[in-house]
Design a protein around this ligand. Structure first.
Ligand code: AMP
Length: 445
């Protein structure tokens, strides 16, 4: 199977070929023809399966083949709207739109909060075909009358389940009410739920349904281990582990923003270079930390679940759960970032006595008992003896309960170093863009 068999235009095929893609991934094989046909789509796929290109490529193809006259006065109308839960994901998706669309005369823009709104207004005034946005800032523009959604031809909800988890449902409904009735809708989710079902039922018109298997988190390439430790000794144990084997590119998860900041400070006192990304950090601080981490000049990145969500920082050598997540599924998302093709990754959890119930929930979800170790001097022997897990050892993830139409392997990933975001001209981005960007000189109207 090749990209040209899927019916994409030569300009798009040229761009993906230059990106180094030789063949479409399973989600792309299924989604691209469905989107090209103009119908609605309900697609289950995680980050790592090639899902972004699966909607971006046919979206670009359709927009470039439909000539429309912009009839609006004031702010020119937008033709495609892609909504994402987080700023980082919005920025990543828009980079893909620019890259895959570099031989087309279509403009794109990314829009999110935490940065000045005025440069965004200027770009909107100049005309944008494809808008990638987070819901809150989009509604700010709606309120100020600086965005025209009256001629949207295609709507994409990317990581819709996470948007619902983050409480965006009212914002989404408000945005939907502003769109023309006649349009194509694409809804992507990682984990199916009743809430997604409800959203899909109200939004989609006889959708094609696609689902590809999630990454097998219990793959042999990910070595999972628990260190039982006293709460007050977690920081010293982490520093000890990092130093002992000279770990580099360590992604550490904490439950709270405050916990992330405190850990960065404490690691700094131990002369271990760390930065945090979370919702209270400015956009430029988040971008700066991420860039340093990806290019290998930052040893430790400390993140909360939401901040790390959707980031293209998979295939890391070390993921550490400094705190266990409250929601066991988040453990699966977290450790899915390690395990390189061929090489092994490590997923370490530092667990104190009052987190025993969280560990039990995780072990139940992954139907696997995690090996544990106690390092002399750091140990916590107050853990109760684990009870056997019901139905062990089935070795099944929760998702395997649901029918899956085709099995997809994760896309072979580039190393974190290679995936540093670059501008369209090939230069490294030095800082957060001021909330909006576009290819220069390419205008469709
Ligand atoms: P996504 O699931 O959209 O986050 O994509 C995961 C990674 O796969 C990204 O780094 C993409 O650049 C890459 N990718 C997407 N499609 C392909 C493909 N057909 N062949 C190789 N890599 C791909």
């Amino acid at each position: 199977m090749s990209f040209s068999n899927l019916g994409l235009s030569n300009e798009i095929i040229r761009a993906v070929t230059e990106r180094g893609y030789t063949e479409p991934t399973p989600i792309q094989i299924q989604a691209i023809p469905a989107v090209l046909s103009g119908g609605d789509l309900l697609a289950g796929a995680q980050t790592g399966t090639g899902k972004t290109a699966s909607f971006t490529l046919p979206l670009l193809h359709r927009l470039s083949h439909n000539n429309v006259k912009n009839t609006s006065n004031g702010y020119p109308a937008i033709r495609a709207l892609i909504l994402t839960p987080t700023r980082e994901l919005a920025a990543q998706v828009e980079l893909s739109v620019r890259e895959y669309g570099k031989y087309l005369k279509l403009n794109s823009m990314v829009m999110y909060g935490g940065v000045s709104i005025n440069p965004q207004k200027r770009l909107l005034k100049g005309g944008v075909d494809i808008l990638v946005a987070t819901p809150g800032r989009l509604l700010d523009h709606v309120q100020q009358g600086t965005v025209n959604l009256s001629q949207i031809e295609i709507l994409v909800l990317d990581e819709a389940d996470r948007m619902l988890d983050m409480g965006f449902i009212r914002d989404i409904r408000r945005i939907l009410s502003l769109l023309p009735k006649q349009r194509q809708n694409l809804l992507f989710f990682a984990t199916f739920s009743d809430k997604i079902k409800e959203l899909a039922t109200g939004l989609l018109n006889r959708p094609k349904m696609i689902e590809v298997a999630r990454r097998n988190v219990t793959a042999e390439t990910v070595a999972q281990k628990v260190y039982k430790v006293e709460r007050d000794k977690k920081r010293q144990l982490l520093a000890h582990l990092i130093r002992k084997d000279n770990w580099y590119q360590v992604l550490v998860f904490t439950r709270t923003k405050y916990g992330a900041d405190r850990l960065v400070k404490q690691l700094g006192e131990e002369r271990i270079q760390a930065l945090a990304i979370h919702g209270n950090k400015s956009q430029s601080a988040r971008t700066h930390a991420l860039e340093k981490f990806k290019n290998g000049s930052l040893q430790v990145l400390v993140a909360t679940d939401i901040a790390a969500r959707g980031l293209d920082i998979s295939e890391l050598p070390h993921v550490v759960n400094f705190d266990l997540p409250n929601v066991p599924e988040d453990y699966v998302h977290r450790i899915g970032r390690t395990g390189r093709a061929g090489a092994s990754g490590q997923a370490i959890s530092l667990v104190c006595a009052d987190e025993s119930h969280l560990l039990a929930d995780i072990e139940k979800l992954i139907a696997q008992r995690l090996p544990f170790e106690v390092v002399a001097g750091f140990g916590d022997n107050s853990h109760s003896q684990p009870k056997p897990i019901a139905n062990e050892p089935k070795h099944k993830s929760k998702d395997s309960k649901r029918p899956i139409s085709s099995a997809a392997k994760p896309v072979p990933q580039k190393s974190a170093k290679q995936s540093t975001p670059r501008t369209a001209t090939g230069g490294k981005k030095s800082d957060a863009r001021p909330g909006a960007s576009r290819r220069s000189g390419k205008r469709s109207r």
